[in-house]
Design a protein around this ligand. Structure first.
Ligand SMILES: [Zn+2]
Length: 295
């Protein structure tokens, strides 16, 4: 009897120790959060083509085919919304200089992946925040600000937050999804949604590829969707197995080069983006990942 009690005690100590050493975070922090709350009503997807020292240059052809992909992604999101009884009107626009000029700003690391792996996810995202602010300031300087009695009605946007606020007024939408596109055609990198789980800075996505599926996936992250495939935010092999079994065709799985026509918005993602208010308890475990991924 004594040995059973000792074993039980040891087991309890071990269990407490384990849970204390690996606290988890909850993807629900990203639901109804930051600038892109629910994917409903009128939204603007705003794209910026960015050239860097280490990515392929954006050619006119690349830009035009990406604009086509953006349209495919926007219409797919609207069709999915209609299918789930949700009202959604997606406007799209993009920043483009004269003669397909892009914004030139090197990534903090040689790639998005390297930027977050050089330091850690938290610090990598901090430097991408500064990168995004610089790009937004360049866009801000090029914008036409309305004047009243010869005086500009507002200052030119000088960072991501001001740019998003400007666009929201200009396009009369409830939310603005800001997506910064780098050209990783023929290269291997990741796309990353930033600030989706906090409120200290505005959320935006850095997108590596021009597939419609990658664009739709990146937009959905901003509205609260969590990865169902391996990513910097989703690492647990057990949860990846569960996700893969339950939602093999979900848009939040690894969608690289997959056609949108074979993908869907499944139960879990629907809940995350505010298209439903209840989640089957069976999938609750997918709401958590270890907080240690940020360190
Ligand atoms: Zn993702």
């Amino acid at each position: 009897m004594r040995s059973i009690t000792t074993k039980l005690l040891l087991f309890l100590i071990l269990l407490t120790g384990l849970s204390a050493s690996s606290p988890s975070f909850d993807f629900r922090t990203g639901r109804h959060n930051n600038v892109c709350k629910d994917l409903k009503n009128d939204v603007l997807l705003y794209f910026v083509f960015v050239d860097t020292r280490t990515t392929s240059p954006w050619t006119e052809f690349d830009i035009l085919s990406t604009i086509d992909s953006i349209q495919v992604a926007a219409r797919w999101l609207e069709t999915q919304a209609t299918g789930h009884g949700v009202t959604l009107r997606v406007k799209t626009d993009y920043y483009i200089g004269d003669e397909f000029a892009t914004i030139q700003r090197n990534l903090p690391g040689n790639s998005i992946r390297e930027t977050i792996e050089q330091q850690n996810l938290a610090k990598g995202m901090e430097s991408l925040n500064r990168w995004g602010d610089y790009i937004s300031k360049i866009i801000g300087e090029s914008l036409y600000i309305k004047e009243k009695d010869g005086i500009p009605t507002q200052k030119k946007p000088s960072n991501k937050e001001r740019l998003i606020a400007f666009l929201r007024d200009e396009y009369q939408v409830e939310s603005v999804a800001l997506l910064l596109l780098v050209n990783n055609y023929y290269r291997s990198d990741i796309s990353l949604a930033i600030n989706t789980l906090q409120n200290e800075d505005v959320e935006f996505s850095v997108v590596s590829y021009k597939y419609p599926s990658e664009i739709a996936h990146s937009v959905l992250h901003l509205y609260g969707a969590a990865d169902l495939g391996e990513s910097p935010f989703r690492k647990s092999p057990r949860k990846l197995r569960i996700a893969n079994q339950a939602f093999p065709d979900d848009i939040m799985t690894e969608v690289y080069a997959k056609s949108l026509s074979g993908l869907e918005i499944g139960e879990f993602t629907k809940y995350m983006i505010g298209w439903s208010e209840e989640l089957d308890p069976e999938f609750e475990q997918l709401l958590f990942e270890r907080a240690s991924i940020f360190r």
